[in-house]
Design a protein around this ligand. Sequence first.
Ligand code: NDP
Ligand code: MG
Length: 371
Amino acid sequence: MGPTRVAILGATGSIGRQALDVVAANADRLRVVALAARRNADELTLQAERFGARAVVYERDGGADALAALATAADVDLVLVATSGTDGIEPTLAALEAGKRVALANKETLVAAGHLVRRLVDGAGDRLRPVDGEHCALWQCLLATRPEEVGRVLITASGGPFRELPLDELAHVTPEMTLRHPTWRMGPKITVDSATLANKGFEVVEARWLYGLEYERIGVVVHPESLVHAMVEMADGSVRAQLAEPDMRLFIQYALLWGHAPAPTRAMDWTLPRTLRFAPVEAARYPCLAAVLETARSGSLAAMIGLVAADEVAVERFLAGEIGFGEIAVYLHRGAALGRAHGRSAEPSLAEIRHIDAEVRGALRAEQVLR
Ligand code: NDP
Ligand code: MG
């Protein structure tokens, strides 16, 4: 069998670039045949030349249809969906429908459309490979377990850059301070979501769709060192944990090769004296996590679609200096309420998801920013 032929959507982003490093280091097993970005045609062209792949620029070459065509092309075996935002939904569904394997980094797809993904594939596995670190780690911890042996799963959160900031200073943090994440280098949207912990809320929802667990069985633990990525608490109380240096290439490689292989990252250094700290999430510090979890537990998928749309608007506005850090949570609650109001069915179709998404963005963008 020849190398797996891979399409990378979001090739010019943080995950996309690291994925190209992984492909280059595993040229005998992986070959990139197609790449896509939103607008960065210059970098994408250079990448395409270097890897001998074709390139699709979303804004230039036909939007969602062009992405879906790329994700379902006959010469593609595996699609890495590493776009930011909700544009990942259509190509993910199209690729799964066409029988492709999908390595999914884009979490918005599962958070807004997990129910549609589940109709095509029975959660995480060879056909739907989680790239998000906690979920890839969970897969590793859950290997060789029987469902009745698993008590609950725990995903860890570094706590972001404001874990120790006095609470009354949170309202005044700047975009620049927020973009300085202590342990991970990522794109701007997910970096802000990691400071508010909305990201961790999204990961709980991702875990629900990937592993078919009820929300009561998915916990979040603060762990500032970001060495333990996820844990599984077994029925008897013993715990399996996955540890690795915080480097996304490890998870990207696991997903692309679907197993452990020599990695281009540092292994854990056991000669260093190291402390692993764990703590519960401080509710008052992270109202965005509470907003996501409350919406998730309400069971309204329309509300969650609205919340995801509102988070994108809020993060854009926060980064543009138009709203304060503390206002992001207010947007999430507003988005959930608007989403719920625009929802028509218990399990929204793709067209309904797009409708709710557009209505919520439209309503929030039309509001004056009072500053
Ligand atoms: P970045 O902002 O760094 O990169 C986003 C990439 O997606 C860019 O290549 C961008 O192209 C491309 N893109 C955006 N919209 C489209 C579109 N409609 N069509 C084609 N390409 C598009 O994001 P990250 O790499 O940080 O994150 C990507 C996804 O992975 C997110 O959903 C994030 O939550 C998730 N994730 C990221 C992690 C990380 O460590 N970075 C960890 C776990 C999950 P262009 O450059 O032209 O704008
Ligand atoms: Mg993660």
